[in-house]
Design a protein around this ligand. Structure first.
Ligand code: N01
Length: 880
């Protein structure tokens, strides 16, 4: 399109609406958005229910309200002058100071002229033909509804702005004063000499209770779930922090943008379980003294993914609570025990726990005596009646989605957003949602938002949104919308990430669990600001991957899914790249073996089994070592003859140790891992012949190995899967022994390296095409490779083989041959269970205690193994 025609299109695009962009909300997000839009020469109107700017900081005026991220970090970075001239009086500024800052920004950039205050947006409807939104606004106190049309509609409504309705029986009955922390009177409340009841013990309550207690004659705190709080240690901005920022402001802000939480800090490399108890205690104490919400959870790298590690931090904080609170019963009630620390928002406190040592402060543990009803005079619990002058509801918010679905947003074909999200939010990148074109959300669900420094996430979302609008405008597109695949993929990725963390274990507002009837899903994206920013950038670099763009007579659909590899697999691949591990196919065989052994020594050992016995058995041409893993349940057990991976070149009885332990524990079977002969010393068909000989010997010696005669499966991973598959064919042809089943995990099944999975995954996912060629070259001559003893899929007859469990992984070059074998076996009448590892790579299943995303597959594999056997087999223990 020529520049001239682009301009004409743009003009015609823009002239048919009242305003280019409607923005809902004039908080931190709305203000910056207005500033950006103005710089882009777009007309914009923001509507704000409050009578001034500030959003969260306008409404949350309860005593003690402060930010829990240091103010030097929780501030805009877009205006260097502002950054240099605004002085924060404290590390954690009070609500009035933060509000003053936002008012100053609005004044400095003359933003108020684009904002209509005291106005509520109560609906918005998309018109597909006109490619515009009609937004209905009305005065906050009621009055005539105005309709405003716009091309782009942005919800900058905040994540914690829709107060949760008070879901306590009888709440409307109370005759005294009622206050909500989220809607505090502007003139403040004087509690001097009054009897106050506070419901809730989240951040708002934890900040306000000590201050209310300093005024009230009596204060009673009704606690349903205790929270973890660490001391804020507020005071002037610390010199070291100030120096760090002033040394290089640009670099500091850059580091924040590319950090996991949006605040520069070192990322820990060690597990809490890797260090001594003394060292752990020392680091937690250091974190406790630091006074930030990031220090405690950032003390080690696994506190939010490993329950055992997490409990060390939780116990440290419980210890502090017990130390601080004099009355042991009250201290115990204040100790959270039923969710991991950090999976409910960690609170930052000033004298919260100390407050409970004062005589006029009472804690009521609602788990022991639930509220029966609120009465005219106060609160009746199951045990007692309380009378109050004031009731404070610190009961929280309908977080992340509440403020968005509070507006009746009607997308294409009349679909209501609240209906589409009834089972939880569906978004692409937390920015847009299918069926609602040109609707952007700033820090929407499934973006890092509340798990990060909001100021950093807001700027990133505003920038991304403005860049997307500019992209459309400059190319004459009027409509932008994610594709269904892209959105489905993102929701999957966000859920996959949450599932490898401990977040789902808490009934938190992160999970939507605080609002009765709300769908339970992890609302924020847990992968971190840095990773998320990288993904958003890569979507743009890939020409807006996952979006459909439509102009007047032009449509471009760039369908696709971003972040398909499982999150922990991605992290593992990144770590391997950072370590610059040499590519095996560039090494000599000895070097490769040395490298594999060194890497194996670094791996976690896998779960404990009942017993490990090393021995040897006769192979096809000499003795072979084996290692036997026995469950800790009474035998005899079914037996699995196992063959390790390593491309017929690498590996030994110990190289698949973690996987063998895992198979043993989960399946309840004895696993005998046999070290067959390796190439290039012993080339084809040595490994295949050894496999057959070993299975025969194990079958013959089942009783003495502690097995049940006749209950024998054959299993293997990678080249070991090849050995296992070949053994099944050979033994079928030889007339026995009878094999109960074959478990082939990412098996090598064919010498053809031209399948699509090689083209797709032959580089960058661990096992490469070059390495597979290296393995084949060492193992077999070209002329031998099509022999079914090397490429079992090429056997003339696949009927009569044992039932099979075949595992393939999405990002494995060997994926398609495994799938093809599963299909071929099935076509030949063999009972086949095909387990397809979504988002996994070749080495994922075996990375026991390294990767969590394959756990459900390991469980399914073990179930498949158990299904091979006639006698009941039970798993010995639960493994993570
Ligand atoms: O709300 P919350 P909040 N009966 O949901 C209890 C941010 N913030 O306003 O846990 C009895 O955390 C509820 O109990 P339970 C920050 O991100 C930041 O305090 O559901 N109790 C809980 O104890 C924070 O996380 C700052 O069992 C009921 C409390 O009410 C988020 O806002 C300051 C109840 C609600 O706690 C929300 O914090 C303040 C019922 N029916 C807030 N219903 C900063 O420092 C609810 N509860 C920046």
């Amino acid at each position: 399109m020529s520049d001239e025609s682009v301009r004409e299109t743009v003009e015609s695009v823009e002239s048919d609406v009242d305003v280019d962009v409607v923005v809902v909300g004039a908080g931190v997000a709305g203000l910056y958005l207005l500033h950006r839009l103005r710089a882009m020469d777009l007309s914009a109107r923001a509507f704000e229910t409050g009578d001034d700017v500030g959003g969260t900081w306008y409404w949350n005026r309860y005593p003690g309200a402060r930010c829990d991220v240091q103010s030097v970090d929780y501030s805009y970075s877009f205006d260097p002058e502002l950054d240099e001239t605004w002085e924060w009086s404290e590390r954690y500024a009070t609500q009035p100071e933060i509000l003053g800052y936002l008012q100053h920004v609005a004044d400095k950039h003359d933003l108020r002229r684009d904002i209509t205050f005291s106005t509520r947006v109560d609906g918005a409807t998309w018109d597909d033909d006109a490619a515009s939104w009609t937004v209905r606004v009305e005065p906050a106190e009621g009055g005539d509804v105005e309709a405003v049309t716009c091309r782009w509609y942005v919800m900058a409504t905040g994540c914690l702005s829709a107060p949760k309705s008070p879901d306590v029986e009888g709440h409307e009955r109370f005759a005294g004063e009622v206050h909500f922390t989220s809607r505090w009177p502007h003139e403040g409340v004087d509690f001097t000499g009054r009897r106050v009841g506070v419901i809730g013990t989240g951040s708002s309550a934890i900040q306000s209770i000590p201050i209310i207690a300093s005024q009230a004659s009596e204060i009673t705190v009704f606690q349903r779930t205790p929270n973890f709080a660490v001391p804020a240690r507020n005071g002037p901005v610390r010199d070291d922090k100030r120096r760090e920022i002033e040394a290089d402001r640009v670099a500091y802000r850059h580091e924040a943008r590319w950090s996991p939480a949006g605040v520069p800090r070192e990322v820990p490399e060690e597990s809490a379980l890797q260090v001594s108890a003394e060292e752990r205690e020392r680091r937690y104490e250091e974190a406790w003294q630091e006074g930030t919400i990031f220090s405690m959870l950032g003390a080690f790298n696994d506190l939010i993914v490993n329950a055992e590690a997490n409990d060390t931090a939780a116990e440290f904080v419980r210890g502090k609570i017990r130390e601080t609170v004099d009355d042991p019963d009250t201290a115990e009630s204040l100790c959270p025990t039923d969710y991991p620390i950090g999976t409910k928002r960690l609170c930052l406190d000033t004298n919260y726990y100390e407050t409970f040592n004062e005589d006029h402060v009472t804690l009521v543990d609602l788990r022991e005596e639930p509220i029966a009803t609120i009465t005219e005079a106060g609160i009746d619990t199951a045990e007692r009646s309380f009378e109050f002058d004031d009731l404070v509801f610190a009961t929280g918010f309908d977080a992340m989605t509440g403020a968005i679905v509070a507006v009746d947003i009607e997308g294409r074909d009349g679909t209501e957003l609240k209906d589409r999200w009834a089972d939880g939010p569906h978004t692409y990148l937390g920015l847009m949602t299918v069926g609602f074109p040109n609707l952007f959300m700033i820090t929407g669900p499934q973006s890092p938002s509340v798990l990060s420094n909001m100021a950093v996430s807001i700027e990133q979302h505003v920038d991304w949104t403005c860049d997307a609008i500019a992209h459309m405008r400059d190319r004459g597109f009027r409509v932008m919308e994610p594709t269904e695949d892209a959105e489905r993929g993102w929701v999957q990725h966000a859920n996959d990430y949450a599932d490898i963390t401990l977040f789902p274990r808490a009934n938190s507002w992160y999970m939507g669990a605080n609002v009765p009837g709300k769908a339970r899903v992890t609302l924020p994206y847990v992968g971190g600001v840095d990773r998320y920013r990288g993904i958003c950038d890569s979507v743009v670099e890939q020409d807006y991957l996952g979006f459909a763009l439509r102009g007047l007579d032009d449509e471009r659909v760039n369908d696709g899914v971003v972040a398909r590899v499982q999150p922990d697999v991605t992290i593992m691949l990144e770590t391997m790249e950072e370590l610059q591990i040499p590519e095996i196919h560039t090494l000599s065989v000895d070097e490769a073996r040395g490298l594999m052994q060194a890497m194996g020594a670094e791996s976690p050992p896998g779960p404990d089994v009942g017993e490990i016995v090393d021995g040897s058995l006769p192979g096809a041409d000499g003795d072979l070592d084996y290692r036997l893993y026995r469950p800790d349940t009474p035998g005899p057990h079914a037996i699995v003859a196992y063959f390790h991976g390593g491309g017929w070149v690498l590996g030994d009885t110990t190289s698949d140790d973690p996987l063998c332990r895992d198979l043993c524990v989960r399946s309840g079977a004895v696993v005998v891992s046999v070290n067959y002969r390796h190439a290039p010393e012993d080339r084809f068909p040595a490994a295949a012949d050894d496999g057959v000989a070993a299975v025969r010997w194990i079958a013959d010696h089942a009783t003495e190995l502690g097995g049940v005669p006749g209950e024998l499966a054959v299993a293997g991973w990678s080249a070991g899967g090849n050995v296992a598959a070949v053994a099944c064919q050979q033994l079928r042809d030889a007339g026995g022994p009878l094999i109960s089943g074959q478990l082939l995990i990412n098996p090598v099944i064919d010498c053809d390296l031209s399948r699509a999975s090689y083209a797709e995954n032959g580089e960058g996912y661990g096992l490469t095409t070059a390495l597979m060629s290296w393995f084949w070259d060492h193992y077999a001559d070209e002329t031998e490779r099509c022999d079914p003893k090397a490429s079992p899929i090429r056997a003339d007859d696949l009927s009569g083989l044992p039932p099979a469990v075949i595992v393939t992984c999405e990002f494995d070059p060997l994926r398609d041959e495994g799938r093809a074998y599963a299909e071929a076996l099935e076509a030949a009448g063999v009972d086949v269970r095909h387990i397809s590892g979504r988002g996994l790579i070749h080495t994922a299943i075996g990375a026991v205690d390294v990767l969590l995303s394959p756990v459900p597959y390991r469980e399914e594999i073990a179930a498949g193994l158990r299904g091979f056997f006639r006698s009941p087999v039970s798993a010995t223990a639960s493994v993570g």
